[in-house]
Design a binder for this molecule. Sequence first.
Ligand SMILES: NC(=O)c1ccc[n+]([C@@H]2O[C@H](COP(=O)([O-])OP(=O)(O)OC[C@H]3O[C@@H](n4cnc5c(N)ncnc54)[C@H](O)[C@@H]3O)[C@@H](O)[C@H]2O)c1
Length: 311
Amino acid sequence: MKKILVTGACGQLGSELSSALAEQYGLENILISDISQPERHLSKFNFSRLDVLNHQAVDQLIREQKIEVVYHLAAMLSASGESRPRNAWTLNMDGLINVLEASRDNQVDRVFWPSSIAAFGSHTQSTDTPQYTIMDPETVYGISKLSGELWCQYFYDRFKLDVRSLRYPGLISYKSPPGGGTTDYAVSIFHSAVKKEVFECFLHQDTKLPMMYISDAIRATIELMAAPRENITVHTSYNLSAFSITPRELTEAIQLHYPSFSSIYKPDFRDLIAKTWPHNLDDSSARKDWNWRHQFELPQVVEVMIRNLNV
Ligand SMILES: NC(=O)c1ccc[n+]([C@@H]2O[C@H](COP(=O)([O-])OP(=O)(O)OC[C@H]3O[C@@H](n4cnc5c(N)ncnc54)[C@H](O)[C@@H]3O)[C@@H](O)[C@H]2O)c1
């Protein structure tokens, strides 16, 4: 079994991906790392505190632990990045390049790094956004994701490092809180609903964004990483799609469970960011190359979120 390192493992995606990897590949083969201490639910894992901005520490950990596969998740998300653009750029870029270099220098077999729908921009075709199209992101987060995609391709072309990537839509999960992204409302809304509170939404009611339930995102990640090398034709980042919703549609879907639930809309800077992102993506390359199929549609996501947040 290959030894796997997860960076940024204490975040929304990392904590659930680490558990899925442990189930699939064995707990003893997973080393989780983060700059923060893990919460109690991650205490079963081997943990190493790692700042991905420390190049030497990244290199040393990969070398000494004989890591063969890396899932590099440490990053600053879109909304947080706009309040600290320089820090977001440094973390998202230097962190990635440190991981790519250490992986190359220590003969790591495979690296996963997530991109995002934020890599697109206001001149991108917003409906059925093609795999290859105009990309003019307007946030520092989006700029770092687009640049990161090109770095991944560069390391693949120049050093034959097997780096794989997905352009995640907004991720909806109940186990871990979201980390400061523009799609966070689609998680917070459920917390308000189960507490029987009115939800104050930072997006306009009709702002449509692609979303995905976290289990689908995790399965996509594990399936992409398990696909034969010769099947991978996209070396920047694969478009990945499930369903698209507006805050109004999500509110209405929740009202089927809580008829008196309501949202009020106070769009802020995050609505301006969201308006530059696609409504839905053409992910046919992922479907063709490694047989990607999403499972969760909106009604199932609403059902599973409410059921689990209510316990
Ligand atoms: N959550 C989403 O909706 C979404 C959508 C698209 C892409 N992504 C991408 O998925 C990845 C994970 O996102 P997430 O939602 O889990 O983010 P998150 O903010 O929840 O978690 C990020 C983690 O990185 C850690 N971190 C911060 N600085 C670090 C450093 N210097 N060294 C090591 N760790 C550090 C944080 O402590 C945190 O635990 C990111 O690359 C993000 O861009 C997420």
